[in-house]
Design a protein around this ligand. Structure first.
Ligand code: IVH
Length: 692
C-alpha cells in the first residue's frame, strides 16, 4: 500500500517536474531572448525552487538538461557569436530573510572549521538589477566583451559594449595586467529608462517593462549605433582571469584596483566583519532604493579573502562564499479586477486598474495606472487578466503586461465609456489624439480637479485646499469655478467636514495670499489644456498681462519661442470661451493680480544658455529655480546633452550628473550657483525674506 502510494507520488512529481521545466524554459526564452518576461523574478524563483525541491526529494528525476543543472538558459538561438568564458560565470544563492544570511554564515564557519569568535571579513555591495557581462582586456586594451549566457558560453557583444561611455577602451596607470577579465553589470539608469520609454511610446513603439529589460534589449542590438543611442552604464563587481599584473588577494582590493584602472565600482560598498553592520547596510540600502539613480534588487555579500573563497568552493551553480540578500519584489502578478476611468481637470479620461491587493516594495497596492486606451490595447490588457504590476521608486504602480498563459477565456477587453462616468456628458476622442475627453462644461469631477490644480503648490499655492476639500466645495455648490474661491466666507466653510474656526481662518488667509502670485503661476493654475509650467512662463514673458494675452491672435501666440501651433490653438480657444471671460471677471473683481509688474532692464547673465537642474537645492524649490533661471535668460532643459551649457547639481543628483560628466559639460553645485548669482547682483533666497 505504502509502496504504491509512493509510486503514484513519484509519477505525479515526474509530471510536475516536466511541466516546471517546460515553463522555466519558456520564461527563460522570454527573459533572455525577447527581453519581455511575463512573470516577475519572484515568481520565476518560486517555479525554480519548486523544481529544486522536487529534484531533491526524487534525485532520479534530475535530467542533465534541467535548468537546475546550469546557469541561465539552455542553447538559445542568437544573433551573436558564442564566447566561452575562461572562468565560468556563476550565479548567486539567494536569501530573503536575515535568518537565511545568518545560516549562510554559520554554514561557512562549519565548513571552514572556524569558531563563532573568529571574524570573517565580508564585502557588501548593491545587487544591481542589470545584466552581467565580461570584458576581456589584453595589454590594457578592451578586446572582447560578452554576456553571461549560460555561465559557460555567452554572446559576443563587443562592439555594442564599446559604445558604453563608462567602459574604458584602455586601462590607465601602473600595474595594468597583461590579461584580465573584468566582470560587472550593464544597467540603464532609472531616469534614462523613463525618458527612453517616453520616446518609444510617443513614436508608437513598444516600451520596455523595466530598466533591466531596457538594458538587455539595448545591449543585444544587431546595430551598435542603436546601442550607442541608449544611455547604458557599467559597474564592475569582480574578475575572471587576472594575469601578468600584481596578484589579487581579496575582493575589496580588487575593487580598488579596478577603480584605479578606470572602472566604475560601487561607491556604496561596505567591508566589515560584523554581521549586524551588514544588516544595517541592508536596511540603509533598502531605504535608499526608492531614490537611487539605478535599480537594485538586493545586497550581495561576499567573503573578501580569495584564499577563503577557494576553500569554500561552489555548489552546482553558485559559490558558497557569496549570497544575494534580496529586497522585497517591486514586481508581482495579481488579478486585474476592473478598469475604471477617472476624470482630470481638462476632462481627460484616464483609465486605471482596480487590482486584487498585492504588496509591492513594502506597500499595499490596489490601483495602478493604465495611461490610455491605446496603451491598454497595445499591451492587450483585459479585465480579469492576471497581470504583472510594478511599483519602483516613487512612481505610481503600473500594469506592465498581462500573463497570457493564465487566461481562462472569460477576460473582457476594455471599452472606453461613451459617456462621462461622473456627469454623463458625451465622451470625445479627436482624430490622432491618444486621450478621450469628457465634453461636459459643468462636469463636477473636472471642476474638483481644476480647483485642486489651481490651488497646487506650483500654481497659486493655496495651502490647505486639496482634493477632499475641493470635492466638498463643489458638492455643496459653494464654487462653480476658481473665481468663486475668492468670494468664500467663513460661515460657509464652517459647515464642512473637519473645518473648525481656526482651519477656516487659515484657508481664507491662504486664499487671500494667493491674490498676488506671478502671472505665470496664474496661467498655469487656470489649467489650460497643454499649458504646463514652462509654457506658462513663456506666455507670461511674451504677454505680461491677461489683457495682452486675451488680445493676442493665434498667430501671435504661436510666434512665442517654445510654443507650437497646437498649444497656441488651445490657449487662443481658452481665452475666447465665454466661461473663461466669466472666471477672469471674477478674478479681476476679487483683486487677483492679472499682470506682472513691468520689469526694469535687469542683467540676463544666462541669456541663450541651456541649463539643466538636477538634485535637491536648499534655497529654492524646483519651480522657483526654474523661474529664476528663465528670468536670467536661460532655457531650462530636462535632460543633459551635448548642447547643455551648464548643469546645476544639488543634493542626490542622480544620473543627469553622471551624464554631464560623461559628456564633459560644466557642472556647478548650489554654492557655485549662489556665487554666480551674487556676481550678477541677483538677490539670494534668504535676502528676499521667507517665501510665503
Ligand atoms: S558577484 C559568483 N556582485 O547577480 C558571484 N553579482 O545572481 C558573481 N549582480 O550574474 C556575481 N550585482 O549579474 C555580483 N554586486 C554584484 C552584483 C552581481 C548584480 C548579478 C550578476 C550575477 C547575478 C547573480
Amino acid at each position: 500500500m505504502t509502496r504504491r502510494r509512493t509510486e503514484l507520488d513519484r509519477e505525479a512529481a515526474a509530471r510536475r517536474a516536466a511541466e516546471l521545466r517546460r515553463q522555466i524554459a519558456e520564461h527563460d526564452r522570454r527573459y533572455y531572448l525577447e527581453d519581455a518576461p511575463v512573470i516577475s523574478d519572484a515568481e520565476y524563483d518560486a517555479l525554480f525552487d519548486e523544481l529544486l525541491a522536487l529534484e531533491r526529494t526524487y534525485p532520479e528525476l534530475v535530467t542533465p538538461d534541467s535548468p537546475t543543472q546550469r546557469v541561465g538558459p539552455p542553447e538559445l538561438t542568437t544573433d551573436f557569436a558564442p564566447v566561452r568564458h575562461a572562468v565560468p560565470m556563476l550565479s548567486l544563492a539567494k536569501a530573503n530573510e536575515r535568518s537565511e544570511v545568518r545560516e549562510w554564515m554559520a554554514r561557512m564557519r562549519r565548513q571552514l572549521g572556524l569558531a563563532e569568535d573568529v571574524p570573517i571579513r565580508l564585502v557588501c555591495e548593491p545587487k544591481y538589477d542589470g545584466l552581467s557581462v565580461e570584458l576581456t582586456y589584453e595589454q590594457g586594451r578592451f578586446v572582447l566583451g560578452s554576456t553571461r549566457g549560460n555561465g559557460l558560453v555567452g554572446e559576443d557583444v563587443t562592439e555594442n559594449l564599446r559604445t558604453i561611455p563608462s567602459i574604458p577602451a584602455r586601462l590607465r596607470g601602473r600595474g595594468v595586467p597583461a590579461l584580465a577579465d573584468v566582470r560587472g553589470e550593464v544597467y540603464m539608469p532609472v531616469a534614462a529608462f523613463e525618458a527612453l520609454n517616453r520616446t518609444l511610446s510617443e513614436a508608437g513603439e513598444r516600451t520596455f517593462a523595466n530598466p533591466r529589460n531596457a538594458a538587455a534589449g539595448s545591449l543585444r542590438q544587431k546595430d551598435p549605433r542603436v546601442t550607442a543611442s541608449r544611455p547604458l552604464a557599467f559597474v564592475a563587481h569582480g574578475i575572471g582571469r587576472w594575469e601578468g599584473g600584481a596578484a589579487q588577494h581579496c575582493h575589496s582590493r580588487t575593487l580598488a584596483t579596478l577603480e584605479r584602472l578606470g572602472f566604475p565600482v560601487s561607491d556604496r560598498r561596505l567591508v566589515t566583519e560584523d554581521l549586524e553592520e551588514v544588516e544595517r547596510y541592508y536596511e540603509e540600502l533598502l531605504a535608499a532604493r526608492e531614490h537611487a539613480p539605478y535599480e537594485m534588487d538586493g545586497v550581495v555579500i561576499k567573503v573578501d579573502d580569495y584564499a577563503l573563497q577557494r576553500e569554500l568552493g561552489e555548489v552546482s551553480r553558485s559559490p558558497r562564499w557569496a549570497i544575494a540578500w534580496k529586497f522585497p519584489p517591486v514586481e508581482r502578478t495579481t488579478r486585474l479586477l476592473d478598469i475604471q476611468v477617472s476624470v482630470g481637470r481638462t476632462g481627460a479620461l484616464t483609465p486605471f486598474a482596480i487590482l486584487e491587493p498585492v504588496v509591492l516594495s513594502g506597500a499595499r497596492v490596489s490601483r495602478a495606472t493604465l495611461h490610455n486606451e491605446d496603451e491598454i490595447r497595445r499591451k492587450d490588457i483585459r479585465i480579469g487578466d492576471v497581470v504583472v504590476v510594478r511599483r519602483a521608486g516613487e512612481v505610481i504602480p503600473q500594469v506592465v503586461a498581462p500573463v497570457i498563459e493564465r487566461r481562462t477565456g472569460r477576460e473582457r477587453p476594455f471599452v472606453m465609456p461613451a459617456r462621462c462616468p461622473v456627469c454623463g456628458a458625451p465622451v470625445e476622442r479627436a482624430e490622432g489624439e491618444a486621450v478621450a475627453y469628457c465634453t461636459g462644461a459643468r462636469c463636477p469631477a473636472q471642476l474638483v480637479q481644476r480647483l485642486t490644480h489651481f490651488a497646487s503648490r506650483n500654481a497659486m499655492d493655496i495651502d490647505g485646499l486639496g482634493e477632499k476639500l475641493a470635492q466638498q466645495l463643489v458638492e455643496r455648490g459653494l464654487v462653480s469655478d476658481v473665481g468663486d474661491l475668492y468670494a468664500l466666507r467663513e460661515e460657509q466653510l464652517l459647515g464642512l467636514d473637519r473645518m473648525a474656526q481656526k482651519s477656516a481662518g487659515n484657508l481664507l488667509a491662504a486664499i487671500e495670499r494667493s491674490r498676488d502670485r506671478p502671472l505665470a503661476r496664474l496661467l498655469y493654475g487656470l489649467g489650460i489644456r497643454h499649458v504646463g509650467e514652462t509654457v506658462a512662463r513663456a506666455l507670461a514673458r511674451a504677454f505680461p498681462s491677461i489683457e495682452r494675452l486675451r488680445a493676442a491672435s493665434e498667430q501671435e501666440i504661436a510666434a512665442v519661442p517654445g510654443i507650437g501651433p497646437v498649444v497656441a490653438r488651445s490657449v487662443y480657444t481658452f481665452f475666447h470661451t465665454p466661461d473663461t471671460a466669466l472666471v477672469l471677471d471674477k478674478l479681476a473683481r476679487a483683486g487677483v493680480r492679472l499682470a506682472d509688474p513691468v520689469e526694469q532692464e535687469r542683467a540676463r547673465p544666462l541669456e541663450g544658455k541651456t541649463v539643466v537642474v538636477t538634485g535637491r537645492l536648499e534655497g529654492w524649490s524646483r519651480t522657483e529655480i526654474e523661474e529664476l533661471l528663465e528670468r536670467l535668460g536661460a532655457r531650462v532643459a530636462s535632460s543633459v546633452s551635448k548642447r547643455t551649457d551648464l548643469v546645476i547639481a544639488g543634493a542626490d543628483p542622480g544620473s543627469k550628473l553622471e551624464r554631464a560628466r560623461q559628456l564633459g559639460r560644466p557642472v556647478i553645485d548650489e554654492a557655485g550657483l549662489r556665487q554666480l548669482l551674487a556676481q550678477h547682483g541677483v538677490p539670494l533666497p534668504e535676502e528676499q525674506g521667507s517665501p510665503s
